[in-house]
Design a protein around this ligand. Sequence first.
Ligand code: C5P
Length: 214
Amino acid sequence: MLKGRIIFSMDEEIPQHVLLKISGYFHGIKIGYPLLLRKGIEGVKEILRKLEVDEIIMDLKLADIDNTMINIVKQLDFANSFIAHSFIGIDGALGELKNFLDNEGKKLYLLASMSHKGWNDEFYPYIKTVIKSLNPYGIVAPATKPNVLRIVRDDFPNKIIISPGVGAQGGKIGDALCNGADYEIIGRTIYTSSDPENKVKEIIKIQEEKINEC
Ligand code: C5P
């Protein structure tokens, strides 16, 4: 099955037979608080059990002291990757989290910027220093702000960049891939569609066309 450059953001439960049909098209699945709170850890594990994705990303946007963040990720052993806020800093927080995840063979993504309007990108110079010194596996940067996404790509040419804000939040499918993202994080556009399988196929086609053009 041809995989799209898609990380499916599953904030709502979708019927298991539909998920089984479409999961093969995704590089990864991103799970956030809404689904975790609704289904619980065992419920999420059950949903993920039969899926064929390369990466399960837990998006709790961690931003706490080291001990608390490590305590949280230990409980989410089904995930291979975790997203954390950069602003929380390194000593006593992200540094220890990164060491813990490295030892467990798991990946850390740091947020460079958020996709919503109210996020203040004036803090980016500080965030950039945190990302540079921590050297995480990947970075989250928004499809809704192409200029910011391009700056992040230029600053971090060798990092995996995953990009939310595609579809429901206004970013056009495929554009983030032309602006430096490796994968587009897409949620509502897929799970609120009346025909998620066709929607995913349509997204993959548009992504391919855009990549060929840029
Ligand atoms: O449904 P939609 O495609 O807008 O989902 C985007 C997902 O990406 C949501 O889970 C949201 O919490 C997350 N996200 C975001 N902006 C960021 C980081 C994560 O929208 N900067």
